[in-house]
Design a protein around this ligand. Structure first.
Ligand code: ZN
Length: 164
């Protein structure tokens, strides 16, 4: 299962087809979602991201202010995934929360889908293949910096695409 086509059309829609360092906050804003950073873990332990309708009726993504920027970017992409895949580009009163532990099986499945979509949104297969092919020395750390993601996310994508 991959989200190749969905990612391509989403990136095309916002003129981001060839953008290696994806401006995730700008993309969220263009989808009508505000992005805020709070001490989420203090509010509820294990909570790292929220997609919800705020008191003004606007959609918003909340990330944890204490997380590493790479992780914050991944969380924003993850919440964008919920917005597109599971919410039909709408926000309602029910919140999607990203927790460390999930109990409900359907929720667990949605979390997996959102993680998968987020990884592909940040590191699309066509862009990664192009960048990888242009490297003389195959160095994942440098590519991770280019894509502005953690090296573990980048390595996983390299493996999935069979580029090693
Ligand atoms: Zn989630």
């Amino acid at each position: 299962m991959n989200y190749n086509d969905e990612i391509r059309s989403l990136r095309e829609e916002f003129d981001l087809k060839d953008t290696v360092n994806l401006p995730v906050i700008k993309l969220a804003n263009e989808l009508g979602l505000k992005v805020r950073a709070l001490d989420l873990n203090a509010l509820r332990k294990g909570l790292s991201g929220v997609l919800r309708k705020n008191s003004e009726g606007q959609g918003e993504i909340i990330i944890d202010i204490n997380h590493h920027p790479n992780r914050q970017r991944f969380t924003i992409a993850h919440e964008i995934a919920h917005f597109i895949l599971h919410n039909n580009r709408k926000v309602d009163e029910n919140m999607f929360e990203t927790r460390i532990n999930f109990t409900d099986k359907a929720e667990n499945e949605k979390e997996k889908e959102a993680n998968r979509f987020a990884a592909e949104l940040l590191v699309p297969g066509d862009l990664l293949t192009r960048e990888w092919d242009s490297l003389l020395i195959k160095e994942t750390r440098l590519l991770a910096l280019k894509f502005n993601v953690s090296e573990s996310v980048l390595r996983r994508r390299v493996g999935e695409l069979g580029l090693e």
